[in-house]
Design a binder for this molecule. Structure first.
Ligand SMILES: Nc1nc2c(ncn2[C@@H]2O[C@H](COP(=O)(O)OP(=O)(O)OP(=O)(O)O)[C@@H](O)[C@H]2O)c(=O)[nH]1
Ligand SMILES: [Mg+2]
Length: 234
């Protein structure tokens, strides 16, 4: 099994090198080969310089794609999907909130042939989760519930950044959303296609705004729009 790890990165100079090195070091049961596709999404900090050095250091594993201007997470993931050569793909955010040591957990249902898509849930399972913002939690529950109502699936964490796919499934879903509407869009589209979706509990090392958290209530509002648009057939 060949694994493609997709890392969208926008102004993540603080963490992106640690993420890439951790991903490269991480053995994963059932995976013999891997590629790490990092997408610099028009960062204005030193992210692209850090990633260029890593691509030089690990020319066989690290593929660097760059967007000249910032376009958003959805666009960054799409650029990576167009280039990936693995049998399975996993999306790894560049900010260390999700732990590469849990790849085996995420991929097991796919490698065993039971699942097409696996969501890593921050709201179920026994793993340690950092206790953080109550109103973000309420917002996440609301977005997941709205998405579930319209797609008729029972996820506990639609907005999770930790998602794994059979590569042919990911390549077969036409994606349009440029920014964070990516999560509702992919969820609605895999649900509508009747993909076998699994969920596993993951740990969550959430960051604070002082540590670089960027998401705001406005992104939550836009997520509502994306849920309605994609669940209703766009
Ligand atoms: N915020 C943001 N992230 C982007 C963009 N393009 C790519 N990304 C990457 O997408 C991933 C998810 O973005 P995050 O900002 O961590 O989103 P989040 O986890 O929902 O929110 P916070 O961690 O709270 O900021 C990260 O790896 C980002 O670097 C973009 O235009 N804006
Ligand atoms: Mg994040």
């Amino acid at each position: 099994m060949r694994l493609s790890i997709i890392i969208p990165a926008y102004n993540e100079a603080r963490t992106v090198e640690a993420v890439v090195r951790r991903v490269l070091r991480q053995p994963v049961a059932g995976v013999e080969a891997r590629e790490v596709i990092v997408v610099d999404d028009g960062s204005t900090d030193t992210t692209v310089r850090i990633l260029s050095a890593l691509a030089l250091e690990f020319p066989r594993e690290v593929v660097l794609l760059t967007h000249p201007v910032n376009r958003g997470k959805g666009a960054a993931v799409r650029s990576a999907v167009a280039k990936l050569t693995g049998d399975v793909a996993i999306i790894q955010d560049a900010d260390l909130e999700y732990d590469p040591s849990e790849y085996a957990l995420m991929l097991e249902p796919i490698i065993a042939g039971r699942a097409d898509v696996v969501f890593g849930s921050r709201f179920s399972g026994q793993q340690a989760k950092r206790v953080l913002y109550f109103w973000h939690y309420v917002g996440n529950c609301f977005l997941t519930m709205l998405s579930n109502m319209l797609t008729n699936i029972n996820l506990t964490d639609m907005e999770t950044g930790f998602k794994a796919f059979r590569a042919d499934v990911l390549k077969g879903v036409p994606l349009r959303c440029e920014r964070f509407g990516f999560e509702p869009e992919i969820t609605a589209k895999v649900a509508r296609r009747g993909c076998r979706i699994y969920e596993v509990g993951i740990s969550y090392n959430g960051r604070t705004y002082a540590q670089g958290k960027k998401i705001t209530w406005f992104d939550g509002l836009k997520a509502v729009g994306a849920i309605l648009r994609y669940a209703l057939g766009d």
